[in-house]
Write a protein that binds this ligand. Sequence first.
Ligand code: ATP
Ligand code: MG
Length: 419
Amino acid sequence: VSSKGELIAVGSELLRGSHRDTNGDWLSEQLEALGFSLGVRSAVEDDPERIAALARRALDRAPFVLVVGGLGPTEDDRTREGLALALDLPLERDPEQLRRLESWFRRRARPFLPEQARQAERPRGAEWIDNPLGTAPGIALELGKSELFALPGVPAEMRAMFSSFVAPRIAARGNRSLARRILRVAGRTELSVDRQLSDLYGLPGVAVTVLSGHEGIEIHLLVEGFRAEDADDRVAEADRLISERLGRDLYGRGEETLAQVVGSLLSRGDRTLATAESCTAGLLAGAVTEVAGSSRWFRGGLVVYSDDLKRELAGVDARTLQRHGAVSEQVAGQLASGARERCGADLGIGITGVAGPGGGTSEKPVGLVHLALADRYEIRHGRMLFAGNREMIRRRTVAAALDLVRRHLLEFAEKGEEQ
Ligand code: ATP
Ligand code: MG
């Protein structure tokens, strides 16, 4: 038996893409706070056979199983039947629960339709979970090595019942804690990070997952099944080993963004930035200014999509444009120094590239991007060949430009310390 629970969301609407299983999202978070996680999460249509098949498999391997939805009084609410089928137990009508339902309706002066009595049925031996907000009671069952909880689908009812009844039961399974951390990496591919860290995947008790994120690669560390202090220590130790190995490629942790990191480096060094963007047309300036306080380090930017504006606004040389084309190292460099000089900043960034889908040639294919960073002394270049569609190419270009600034500032800070 795994230590992870399972969640089955019941409702045909959940399979149509129109309704998201937000109950499952909420429950995952709640479980995490209790130190538990899910091994499997599924959605199933309102069909007793399918519900039964999933529930049977889940109960075979998981210490606790949550079933959410399908406890209403209507014909298409099939969870009760599905569970009875899975457990091979008869559905029994509980007279006590029937009286409670009838009085619920009497108090509200609503007619009690015979179908409503379905909500007083439970598999033999089950316990009721009281619903303080509605008519659908939940069902709890102890089954040797696992526990089963069925809750209604209406989010407010489900939440109230989980918190008052299910959470304490699950918490009673052990004093556990779950610790996790995200490490963020720029300028690397998923596979190269994966290979560099592969021997650390065996760290005892730490699950390491590498995935591609918005701005680069994310490394997710997860420790579960330990007491709180131990879990935190293990995450911290894994962080130490991994960050030592990644060095400067690691740019942040948690929800930190490249623009935030660049902002704090600029701010710390008391330096300012300006941009001249062609293919990203302001996306970089937008990202930089998403960070609160950016007026301290961002001077402004030029959006120079056309060649004549590259000349007039950013001061790009007409002959350079003609000889090398707009997408070239030379033009990127002149955009960077133009931005720096014309906007009066310490650092200038120039971006020019082919975002596609049209406009690519064999020499300058879609995804080719030239970046440049100019400061008082020098111009640094970056030539990228990004994969993906137009949106991805533009997004990756912004990340690469921010990373270029970040690395430059880190080197600069280091040199400053040496002197
Ligand atoms: P109950 O068990 O309370 O009767 P149900 O699933 O039988 O719930 P429905 O009428 O199908 O009853 O759904 C009730 C409401 O709960 C609907 O608005 C539905 O969209 C919502 N709901 C059901 N399941 C989920 C879920 N997994 N995540 C978010 N909302 C859900
Ligand atoms: Mg439903």
